[in-house]
Design a binder for this molecule. Structure first.
Ligand SMILES: [Zn+2]
Length: 138
């Protein structure tokens, strides 16, 4: 019943256009910007905006929806899923992407035409769900 692992092409297709909005990461819709988690924790107000490169850690919940777990600037990017959020029994990925403003229909019915989305997605690391079942507890 387990789905076959995704290819990089699958991931690029699924993640391109994904809006930068999740339980963990929120963009500032009025300023069309989002903040690197490490910079924000350090009190650095440097925002990432359209055209900026970001590193994004994602996890697919229930084989249904990709959820952004963390977003970093290139200085604080991670190379491996294990370094980002830890390997679990879900499909997980770390990608680099450029921020675009392709717009977003939020669940409350509003349309945000300049909401940030992911473009030029390149897969940095991918951990299929099966890996989480046999991963050591790191
Ligand atoms: Zn940063």
């Amino acid at each position: 019943m387990a789905l076959p692992p995704r290819t990089e092409a699958d991931l690029r297709r699924e993640l391109t256009g994904l809006v930068v909005e999740s339980l963990a990461v929120r963009q500032d819709l009025s300023h069309r910007s989002v903040r690197c988690a490490v910079c924000a924790a350090a009190g650095d107000p440097a925002d990432r905006t359209v055209g900026d490169e970001v590193c994004v850690a994602l996890r697919e919940y229930e084989g249904f929806t990709w959820e952004i777990q963390d977003l970093y600037c290139p200085d604080h990017g991670v190379d491996r899923v294990a370094d980002a959020v830890g390997v679990e029994a879900d499909d997980q990925a770390v990608v680099s992407a450029l921020l675009e403003a392709a717009g977003y229909h939020s669940p409350d019915g509003q349309y945000h035409p300049e909401a940030l989305t992911l473009g030029a997605v390149e897969v940095v690391d991918y951990s299929p769900a099966a890996e989480g079942y046999r991963a050591p507890d790191e």
